[in-house]
Design a binder for this molecule. Structure first.
Ligand SMILES: Cc1ncc(COP(=O)(O)O)c(C=O)c1O
Length: 350
């Protein structure tokens, strides 16, 4: 058996998922919703399971029309994917071959680097600035004749910082023949989107997910928004049944009745996050607040801080180079923030 060289050279992307039981720990490590989806979502899932439909292949009905209303595009601008991870996978497979260049600032979401690696593509990675601001000029200057794809994650995971609409527009305008993929996984926390730029810029592709604000990461649903000519090609790569029906049933409920998830987003952004920011300021702990449902914290000793939190049943995510001196703190309910502050205050006086 001959494995392709780019695969042989790659490591596995394996996030530290083991032992993450929400009954044992306060989970502040994976940018998830702090609460399960509301009762009407669970009831719809149970009804679906009891209606003798698990044994049939998925049929997606008019879900794309409904999602189109939410996203404000016609349904032929959309494709559903098995989590936005799969959107990343099929979009990169459509655009990148061996030796092609992808530009994506570091630190950025690992899946992009992993998929580009499997294709033998080269990643050009300008660094986020020390204040975590988006390296716009560096990205503009990094583009070459080999560049096939520019990726912008906004807000970015893990820095939390955003690219402005003006910056995205300038990149689209300056490089109209290069695909620009904007990852809006955290859109629901900011309300800021570049989808409207699609009308004038057919080189734009946007991806989103139901894993964050919509609270169903275990069901795996994401989607891409792009011009129909590009969407058509993506359908050739995605399998016809890659998206499971349970994810659609739950997503439909979340779209129909947005009140409960919007209330959690409101609590995260307007109550829990400001409380944490104030706490860090008062205790003179350096942090980067970002725009999404997480922030970066810079402790004196990251291993000691993460270890102390874990001993006290709170999980956070230590970062890798170039920000290995920080941990990422996912923000949930105000109660969760209070528990974190209580424990972290003890850590600080040790
Ligand atoms: C920026 C970004 N994009 C995409 C994803 C993938 O999410 P999913 O595959 O669950 O939709 C994540 C998950 O953490 C993310 O942070």
């Amino acid at each position: 058996m001959k494995i392709r060289k780019p695969i042989l050279q790659l490591g596995t992307y394996s996030p530290p998922l083991e032992g993450r039981d929400p009954n044992d720990y306060l989970l502040m490590d994976f940018n998830e919703s702090p609460l399960p989806p509301p009762a009407h979502v669970i009831e719809a899932l149970i009804t679906f399971i009891q209606s003798n439909r698990l044994q049939t292949y998925p049929s997606y009905g008019d879900f794309l029309e409904k999602l189109g209303k939410y996203t404000e595009v016609p349904s032929d601008h959309l494709i559903l994917t098995n989590g936005s991870d799969q959107a990343i996978d099929i979009i990169l497979r459509a655009l990148l071959g061996e030796g092609d260049q992808m530009i994506l600032a570091k630190p950025g979401f690992s899946m992009f680097f992993q998929v580009a690696g499997t294709l033998g593509a080269k990643c050009i990675s300008p660094q986020y600035h020390e204040d975590m601001s988006f390296p716009f000029h560096e990205i503009m200057e990094a583009v070459t004749s080999q560049t096939r794809l520019i990726v912008i994650i906004t807000p970015n995971n893990p820095t939390g910082t955003s690219a402005s609409l003006e910056q995205i527009k300038t990149i689209l305008q300056t490089y109209p023949k290069t695909a620009v993929l904007v990852d809006e996984a955290y859109f629901e926390f900011t309300g800021q989107t570049c989808v409207s730029l699609l009308k004038e810029h057919p080189n734009l592709i946007v991806i989103r997910t139901f894993s964050k604000a919509f609270a169903i990461p275990s069901l795996r649903l994401g989607y891409a928004v792009a011009h129909p000519f590009f969407i058509e090609h993506l359908y050739k790569i995605r399998g016809p049944y890659d998206v499971n029906m349970l994810s659609l049933v739950a997503a439909l409920e979340q779209l129909k009745n947005p009140g409960p998830w919007q209330e959690i987003v409101r609590e995260v952004i307007t109550e829990a996050k400001p409380a944490l920011e104030q706490f860090f300021r008062e205790h003179e702990v350096e942090f980067h607040k970002g725009d999404a449902n997480f922030m970066l914290v810079v402790p004196d000793d990251v291993n000691a801080a993460v270890g102390f939190l874990k001993q006290n049943k709170i999980l956070v995510r230590p970062m890798r180079p170039p920000i290995e001196n920080m941990f990422r703190l996912s923000v949930g309910t105000l109660d969760g923030a209070k528990r974190f502050m209580e424990v972290y205050a003890k850590y600080l006086v040790q």
